[in-house]
Design a binder for this molecule. Structure first.
Ligand SMILES: [Zn+2]
Ligand SMILES: [Zn+2]
Length: 258
């Protein structure tokens, strides 16, 4: 499986910078997990192949360019853009984003080929198929309804925490599977901001380190994501200080293969 964290910021020469302001992962050039930078960072080819988007939760950094992605493609879509999310998240997207005020309700609109956007409600704790992938969503501990994901292509398995603080079900699910190749886990704030991390339900390196104690697999790649750009250097220094084997910070724009 190939996974790319799409960049959200580019320097003057068009090169992706390392800061991660928006969240969007692209799996095998066809399935997106969240859509923060989707409309900003896809190549022209990827724009034609991505029609399935899983939205883990409706925070702006995870959906910022979803409406623009659909808007850009509107006249040319020959099949709808499918948005996979829990029923709770779909209801929030319809109420707060695609509400005719912030953006048109694309789920009610057609172009000359048919519908342009379709919601696909996903269960929690139950496998579903999406393209060539088998996916299970698990509720995590964030201030809005949010799911973490376990994604397998039959060869490799990757877990995505999404945004979360201390949580249980996702770890129990990860520990039940026989092999995990990689864990993408959030580390939003430096240790000095533990209070803010707690009220906004995010990890610091210290709380992440405690949380990793729940993981019963060894030898997997652990990629820290969702580092707030203003504290990036400090968070990296604190993550390095944890001495967790194979823990690295995920780089936007780089393709990871497992
Ligand atoms: Zn969030
Ligand atoms: Zn976020």
């Amino acid at each position: 499986m190939r996974v790319q964290l799409l960049p959200s910021t580019f320097d003057g020469r068009g090169q992706a910078t390392l800061e991660q302001r928006l969240t969007c992962y692209l799996i095998d050039d066809c399935v997106a997990v969240d859509a923060g930078s989707l409309a900003i960072a896809l190549t022209a080819d990827q724009r034609h192949t991505v029609r399935d988007i899983i939205v883990t939760h409706p925070h702006m950094d995870h959906i910022a360019s979803l409406p623009i992605f659909i808007d850009d493609l509107y006249p040319t879509l020959k099949e709808p853009v499918r948005v996979y999310a829990t029923a709770e998240v779909i209801a929030l997207l319809e109420r707060d984003v695609f509400n005719w005020n912030v953006y048109p309700r694309f789920s009610e609109l057609n172009n000359e080929f048919g519908p342009v956007m379709e919601y696909v409600p996903i269960p929690t704790g139950q496998e579903f198929k999406l393209a060539h992938l088998t996916i299970t969503a698990w509720p995590v501990n964030h201030i809005v309804p949010t799911v973490g994901l376990i994604v397998s292509d039959g060869q490799s398995t990757i877990a995505f925490s999404s945004d979360t603080a201390e949580t249980e079900e996702l770890w129990e699910a990860i520990n039940r599977i026989s092999h995990v190749d990689a864990l993408l886990i959030e580390a939003s704030f430096p240790n000095s901001m533990a209070k803010l991390a707690e009220v906004s339900t995010h990890f610091t390196p210290a709380t992440l380190s405690r949380e990793l104690g729940k993981l019963r697999h060894n030898g997997l790649d652990i990629l820290a994501v969702h580092l707030k750009p203003a504290y990036r250097e400090k968070i990296i220094e604190e993550l390095e200080g944890l001495n967790v084997p194979k823990l690295k910070v995920m780089e936007p724009g780089k393709t990871y293969s497992w």
